[in-house]
Ligand binder design. Structure first.
Ligand code: FES
Length: 437
């Protein structure tokens, strides 16, 4: 198997002959810009081959590579195939750089209505006069404490197995966690002692480029911590169409696990900032565009980018969060916002709910600019909405000086209303390199 050595770090990786340099770089842990999803169209994945043989038709890419670049050994990482041992330089401009992620949030007054509850219970131990089984005794106590009726609570086997030990080791003082699930209620956890105040939910904004997680205390409703991450799927294509193309060529599982990794990274940051244990997150709610949520759930998005543009599912989805790999409490629920259509996803439904425009008589215009751009116009009686691509067009895909929110991007321009003198600020106050979307 050929070895590819990446410079200047001298990181080495072995890769099957015929694999692309891009695949070798990803295996070595580099995040390379793949704006077009590896189709050889964008020229953002340029690398310099210093030594070794590759299979790469320079003539095919004359519009992307200058004669001087070809002379210097520059090729496209997504198209150049590894034939034998290589030494490859990855220029800084080819790597995905650290970005500024907007995480500000105003706390919107909401009525707390979680789908999960904790009950601190003190049970009467069994006796010869009362030989009720442990589970029945526990569920009765939940009902007596104001919880759902004993018969409506389903208890999964893994929780039942823990009951006898936890009850006796705790001196019959335990906290039971019950969740609302389709068709009834579910006993999802039992713990020793009183942990009723340790109950948290995570709201996840699953964007095409970035992911933001908010941790909310489900006992009093406060936002306790915020975390963010890139969407690691960027290494498989920057825009939504490139991701679907990647999924179509057998990459769905990889995209799904990259989305989960990204959410877990943001969850860790948010839990650390909140000072809580991720195991105490019992409810995860995800809002994202329809393609992103399909990929997160491992559902094939292939038919959403061709006529007649049909998603597999539009209704809300729910499952155990750990089932797709999210690092939260055992049996914690995952809820995916429903979508309206292929192009109008659960992120817009979340925007509409959070803005309150669905309850207002006044006509409002809601604009959500991200990698995609959505607009909703209307009030409580009617709404019109439309969507299109936004971010990639501006952020380095089509506009010469467009770039992502990297250091050096102009993020704010002000014109003094009196003197008309313009001024600007850049991310990290670096010399301006371009304008970010
Ligand atoms: S040309 Fe290689 S990712 Fe676009």
């Amino acid at each position: 198997m050929p070895t590819v050595t990446f410079l200047p770090s001298f990181r080495k990786v072995e890769i099957a002959k015929g694999s692309t340099i891009l695949e070798a770089a990803q295996k070595a842990g580099f995040h390379i810009n793949v704006v077009c999803g590896g189709q050889g169209k964008c020229g953002k994945c340029k690398v310099i081959v210093k030594s070794g043989r590759t299979e790469f038709e320079h003539e095919q890419y004359e519009s992307i590579l200058s004669a001087a670049e070809v002379e210097d050994g520059v090729c496209l990482a997504c198209q150049a195939k590894v034939i034998d041992d290589l030494r490859v330089v990855i220029p800084d401009a080819t790597l995905v750089q650290e970005q500024q992620i907007l995480v500000d949030s105003g706390e919107i007054p909401t009525t707390l209505n979680p789908a999960v509850w904790k009950y601190f219970l003190t049970l009467v131990p069994p006796s010869l006069d009362d030989q009720s089984p442990d589970l029945t005794r526990l569920l009765w106590e939940i009902e007596k404490s104001g919880g759902p009726k004993e018969r409506s609570i389903y208890a999964p086997l893994e929780v039942i197995r823990r009951i006898p030990r936890v009850l006796r080791e705790s001196g019959w003082k335990i906290t039971a966690t019950v969740a609302l699930v389709p068709g009834g209620y579910r006993l999802i956890h039992i713990e020793k002692g009183d942990t009723a105040s340790h109950i948290y939910g995570a709201a996840v904004d699953l964007g095409t480029t970035t992911i933001v997680v908010y941790i909310r205390n489900l006992a009093d409703g406060h936002i306790m911590g915020i975390g963010s991450s890139y969407n690691h799927q960027i290494s498989c294509g920057e825009d939504i169409l490139s991701r679907v193309t990647f999924a179509r060529s057998g990459g769905l599982q990889k995209l799904q696990s990259l989305a989960v990794d990204s959410i877990n990274a943001a969850l860790t940051e948010a839990s650390n900032s909140a000072g809580i244990d991720r195991e105490d997150i019992y409810e995860v709610v995800v809002a994202g565009n329809t393609i992103m949520t399909h990929i997160l759930m491992g559902i094939d998005p292939a038919y959403m980018i061709e006529e007649p543009y049909v998603p597999v599912v539009r209704r809300y989805l729910t499952t155990a969060a750990q089932r797709i790999g999210l690092g939260v409490g055992e049996n914690s629920g995952l809820f995916i916002f429903p979508a309206v259509s292929d192009f109008i996803g659960g992120d817009i439904i979340a925007d509409i709910l959070a803005s309150g425009m669905a309850e207002s008589e006044e006509i409002s215009l809601l604009i959500d600019i991200g990698t995609n751009f959505e607009v909703v116009l209307g009030n409580r009686d009617w709404m019109f909405t439309c969507a299109g691509a936004a971010g990639p067009a501006l952020e380095g895909g089509e506009v010469l000086f467009g770039m992502r929110a990297n250091p050096g991007a102009i993020e704010r321009i002000t014109i003094d209303p009196v003197t008309l003198v313009p001024s600007f600020s850049t991310i990290h106050n670096q010399k301006p390199k371009g304008i970010c979307g």
